[in-house]
Unconditional design. Structure first.
Ligand code: ATP
Ligand code: MG
Length: 568
């Protein structure tokens, strides 16, 4: 027995079970595990890709193996360097490191061409003159076997010459293709002589004008995997029917350690769209402000929204790896960010919809500094001094002139505690000429200061507040889901279903401590949710995004499910 460094891993999903079986059978030299993440650089990555990244790089880490980042740039018509850069950034942000340099399928074009020539020599590929429509027609369908192309039995020498001429640019787009010679009667349509190469007189963002023939995904992918000596080529379920072709393509490959393809289910999340094509439409039709709009399910949008990589990775871990397509509730993702920020985000008081209050019995011109813990659940985070004076703001919604039943906050003649400060009573409601409430005149109880002996006095409501003269104006962007939670197909174009109220902007005020923190800092705004300072912030203008509210709907959902189970 040879010593191997591949660790024994208790499998936590079917892919790991497969890998463990390969290790038990010594399929790969030294039981190496080598995976790859193969994005097409034709858009920004979304949450589904995050799942694929966590899975592929996670396997690399778990088995002390390697993971490549490879751009599947075989379609020159849709690709762009902008996407390449954003994808690299996203993978790094998630905390993963690829093995060696970034790779590009286009770097292998010469080897792919050579291999295609080899297949022609072996009688396994031929040049076809049928048009795209004819090829489709000849292919047949589930009920009809395909028809062989009249060009299928061209002599090898002729195929070699024509393929070379294709490469030399002697033919127009679509005039000829290279096809695999497999089986036109196969019950698997993918195996009915699939196209391996097509002519495209389009420059490529990396290879320029060098090539005018480009390999198809089904050929380029297994060959790229084989060149990189990938062991486990993990992809999504729609490629299951392509697996026989993946294996067929590699039958003549010289290296006996072929990669093997393993499929898992795509991730879908309620309220989130995971189709690059649709996401591009949202950007192009200005439904959102860009690929990184905080409402977008792109990794860059999720990042700008304020999510942490830890929360996203935790989410991907919790949902596991499925063999059947699944729809995950968005509230699980929200649960993960709350879990992550709970004990690490400073908690500040911010009033989103300010209503001025004046404490008529508090000395004019006096200010005091109240010590308040930065995070009650994380004593290590220390305290800060929060200014308090005669004039303050509270949340408009914390006052009702005619309180309804079970409203325990401020109302005329009623008392409420200002969080970490004093108990106040509303004495008078001040309105403007339109009858709108513009101010409350209140009294405070000097013996009720939080932490002092008198503070034992209990009142039912506790509200947050911000001192008026030191208050920092903040633009607070509150987001709602862009698409419905229960998104059934009703025939409408999906863009029409976009929620027009998915962004609400509030002119809020925050306590001055917020100025101590840089862009990107995440906070809990007491009673309002988790927020992050947005990069739109300037010296004069602070902008925050609400990442998520405080209410845990995931836990509620789980309880509900438990109940339903018990009832059964
Ligand atoms: P789209 O069809 O929306 O353009 P794609 O799947 O073609 O997306 P690629 O860039 O080819 O995008 O994907 C890179 C990798 O990410 C592939 O291995 C793909 O299977 C995987 N992936 C894409 N979407 C999801 C998803 N929703 N869940 C899990 N993995 C995904
Ligand atoms: Mg794809």
């Amino acid at each position: 027995m040879t010593e191997t460094k591949t660790p024994e891993v208790a499998s936590s999903n079917f892919i790991e079970t497969e890998i463990n079986a390969d290790i038990a059978k010594n399929v790969y030299t030294d039981n190496r595990v080598h995976t790859r993440f193969p994005p097409e650089p034709n858009g920004y990555l979304h949450i589904g890709h995050a799942k694929s990244i966590c899975l592929n790089f996670g396997l690399g880490e778990k088995y002390q193996g390697k993971t490549n980042l490879r751009f599947d740039d075989t379609n020159p018509t849709k690709e762009d360097v902008e996407y390449v850069e954003s994808i690299e950034e996203d993978v790094h942000w998630l905390g993963f490191h690829w093995d060696g340099e970034v790779r590009f399928a286009s770097d292998y074009f010469p080897q792919m061409y050579e291999y295609a020539v080899q297949l022609i020599r072996e009688g396994k590929a031929y040049v076809d003159d049928l048009s795209g429509d004819e090829i489709r027609e000849y292919r047949g369908d589930f009920n009809t076997p395909g028809k062989e192309s009249p060009y299928r039995n061209r002599p090898i020498e002729e195929n070699l010459r024509l393929f070379e001429e294709m490469k030399e640019g002697r033919y127009a787009d679509g005039e000829k293709v290279l096809r695999a010679k497999i089986d036109m009667a196969s019950p698997n349509l993918v195996m009915r002589d699939p196209v391996l190469y097509r002519i495209l007189h389009v420059p490529h963002h990396r290879t320029g004008d060098t090539w005018c023939i480009y390999p198809m995904y089904d050929f380029a992918h297994p060959v790229s995997d084989a060149i990189e000596r990938i062991t486990h080529s993990v992809c999504t379920l729609e490629f299951e029917a392509h697996r026989p072709l993946y294996n067929w393509v590699l039958e003549s490959w010289s290296d006996p350690e072929h990669p093997r393809q393993i499929e898992f289910a795509r991730l879908n999340v309620t309220t989130m769209i995971t189709s690059k094509r649709k996401l591009r439409r949202l950007v192009e039709e200005h439904i959102v402000s860009g690929w990184d709009d905080p409402r977008m399910p792109t990794i860059s949008g999720i990042r700008r929204r304020g999510y942490t990589p830890e929360a996203l990775r935790d989410f991907c871990d919790r949902i596991g790896v499925a063999k059947n397509d699944s729809l995950v509730d968005i509230s699980l993702l929200e649960f993960c960010i709350r879990e992550d920020l709970k004990n690490k985000a400073p908690r500040l008081m911010t009033v989103l919809d300010p209503l001025k209050i004046t404490l008529v019995n508090y000395p004019e011109g006096q200010t005091e500094e109240l010590p308040i813990a930065n995070n009650q659940d994380a004593p290590d985070m220390g305290e800060r001094m929060v200014p308090f004076s005669r004039e303050l703001y509270i949340e408009r919604a914390d006052f009702m002139e005619e309180p309804v039943k079970k409203f325990f906050r401020l109302a005329p003649g009623r008392e409420v505690r200002l969080r970490n400060a004093y108990i106040i009573r509303c004495e008078e409601v001040v309105k403007d000429e339109n009858g709108e409430i513009i101010e409350l005149k209140c009294t405070y109880d000097p013996d009720s200061k939080s932490g002092s002996p008198g503070s034992n006095r209990k009142v039912k409501g506790v509200v947050h507040w911000v001192e008026r003269h030191t208050a920092v104006p903040v633009e607070a962007r509150l987001y709602d889901y862009l698409f419905p939670e229960d998104d059934t197909d009703d025939g409408r174009d999906f863009v029409e279903k976009a929620n027009p109220d998915s962004l609400v902007v509030k002119q809020a005020v925050a306590e001055p401590a917020i100025l101590d923190y840089p862009v990107g800092t995440r906070f809990q705004f007491i009673r309002q949710g988790y927020f992050v300072i947005d990069p739109d912030t300037t010296e004069e203008h602070l902008v925050v995004n609400r990442i998520v509210g405080l209410r845990d709907t995931w836990a509620k959902l789980q309880k509900q499910k438990e109940k339903e189970k018990q009832a059964k």
